[in-house]
Ligand binder design. Structure first.
Ligand SMILES: Cc1cc2nc3c(=O)[nH]c(=O)nc-3n(C[C@H](O)[C@H](O)[C@H](O)COP(=O)(O)OP(=O)(O)OC[C@H]3O[C@@H](n4cnc5c(N)ncnc54)[C@H](O)[C@@H]3O)c2cc1C
Length: 397
């Protein structure tokens, strides 16, 4: 890595912004390029697991996040058929982490905090309206092709990181395959300010709700309740119908039949995939976050995995920059550690989490609920379950 050229990062989402902050705090020059004119504010991931909070705490941004977010120290698996509830109390991992809870906070709050903090570092620059389209690399660095409102430019970096999300231009330009599959159903999400906690007894802020016909996830973010359902919507017309008022009101009323309409603050319908890039590294180019791996949102592992990638890659780039680590060896270790975890742990768990919810066989559901309730009652099993769901074993490599 040559001392004069910055690390160029494509994409200021949670993964790219976190990596930029990590590098800036360690004195490594960094140029963060964001395609949009401002940081995107769409409602997407909203769960921060304990290891992510620890990493963000080391970067000095956990405290302002916690001040904005909702602390969730227990979560539930509910069976609508029997009314049974298996509740997992996250205090069972209090001796393992500084943050024995999930923080519910919109991901755009994190990137907004980082944007403010980054301004304090002379070695860091964030440019909006910069769409990374292509790159060429040589022995000394990477020439990054960018489209900007002022026209096309080529920017020089010592290294290029693709943090540009699931449709990553960097991954495509590097010719890296993105194997896996796309689920046939889509996920429908609606946010409402209705106070579900006042109508369901002892409801926690995060709930996985089994139902023979209509399973869902109910979670409260820092701002509103959000409900997520799988839906079959193969055509545009079906998608439009699912997103329409009539269908959404019907779904929400099936969940709780209150008088009058629900006030729906936000709705979205999106495709869900399980994919991992064939490699995370090609020469001086690396992938982090959704550019390298995508999975269904059950368990909230997608964004968290991206944050863990960012801190792992950050450590390798800082050590390389300081001359303490051979570049190729450091990047090979990043690829091995993070890609294997995505392929083994995150893919397996998120696929299993979805299977656990979706069986329409009542016997399978009853068995699942009995198993979860037994785990929740047994302190050792409950701790193992919570540790796994909190990604406690798969973050630090
Ligand atoms: C609709 C939706 C709902 C979701 N809900 C959940 C959820 O409930 N729970 C969960 O865990 N996960 C959820 N996810 C996934 C989660 O949002 C992602 O895992 C997370 O955002 C990944 O962060 P990232 O930084 O890798 O990528 P992104 O957040 O996608 O950020 C990429 C950034 O790069 C920018 N960019 C893109 N292309 C370029 C380019 N060529 N040049 C420069 N900049 C570029 C984008 O504008 C964006 O700012 C959801 C995703 C979607 C799409």
């Amino acid at each position: 890595m040559t001392a004069q050229d910055p690390v160029v990062i494509a994409g200021a989402g949670p993964a790219g912004a976190t990596l930029a902050l990590y590098l800036a705090q360690h004195g490594v020059p960094v140029l963060l390029l964001e395609r949009e004119a401002a940081l995107p504010k769409d409602l997407r991931a909203s769960t921060f697991h304990p290891p992510s909070l620890e990493m963000l705490n080391e970067l000095g941004v956990a405290a302002p996040m916690i001040a904005l977010g909702l602390i969730v120290d227990r979560y539930q698996y509910r069976d609508r058929g029997t009314g049974e509830v298996a509740e997992f109390d996250m205090s069972v991992i209090a001796d393992e982490t500084l943050f024995p809870y999930r923080l519910q906070l919109e991901q755009y709050e994190l990137t907004a905090i980082i944007e403010r903090v980054l301004r304090r570092y002379a070695c860091a620059e964030l440019r909006f309206g910069h769409d990374v389209t292509d790159f060429e690399q040589d022995a000394d660095g990477v020439s990054v092709a960018v489209t900007t409102p002022a026209g096309r430019q080529t920017l020089r970096g010592s290294f290029l990181v693709g943090a540009d999300g699931a449709s990553s231009n960097v991954r495509k330009a590097a010719g890296i395959g993105f194997g896996g599959f796309t689920y046939h159903e889509k996920f429908l999400v609606a946010s409402t300010d209705f106070a579900f906690e006042q109508v369901f007894e002892d409801l926690s802020w995060v709930n996985y709700v089994a139902d023979a016909e209509d399973w869902c996830v109910m979670l409260r973010t820092d701002k509103a309740w959000r409900v997520l359902w799988p839906v079959d919507a193969a055509s545009n017309a079906e998608a439009e119908r699912e997103l329409g008022d009539a269908a959404l009101q019907e779904r929400l009323h099936r969940l709780h039949d209150k008088p009058g309409d629900y006030r729906i603050r936000h709705r979205t319908l999106y495709d869900v995939h399980q994919r991992v890039a064939r490699t995370y590294v090609k020469g001086r180019v690396a992938l982090v976050g959704d550019a390298g791996h995508i999975n269904n949102p059950l368990g909230g592992m997608g964004m968290n995995g991206g944050l863990h990638d960012a801190c792992n890659l950050g450590r390798k780039l800082v050590a390389t920059w300081r001359g303490g680590l051979d570049r190729e060896a450091g990047l090979a270790a990043y690829d091995r550690q993070r890609r294997e975890l995505a392929a083994r742990f995150v893919q397996e768990h998120t696929i299993a989490n979805k299977r656990l919810m979706e069986s329409s066989n009542v016997d399978v559901q009853r068995e699942r609920q009995r198993d979860l309730m037994e785990k929740a009652r047994d302190p050792e099993k409950a701790k193992a379950f919570v540790m796994e769901r909190a990604m406690m074993h798969c973050a630090w490599e």
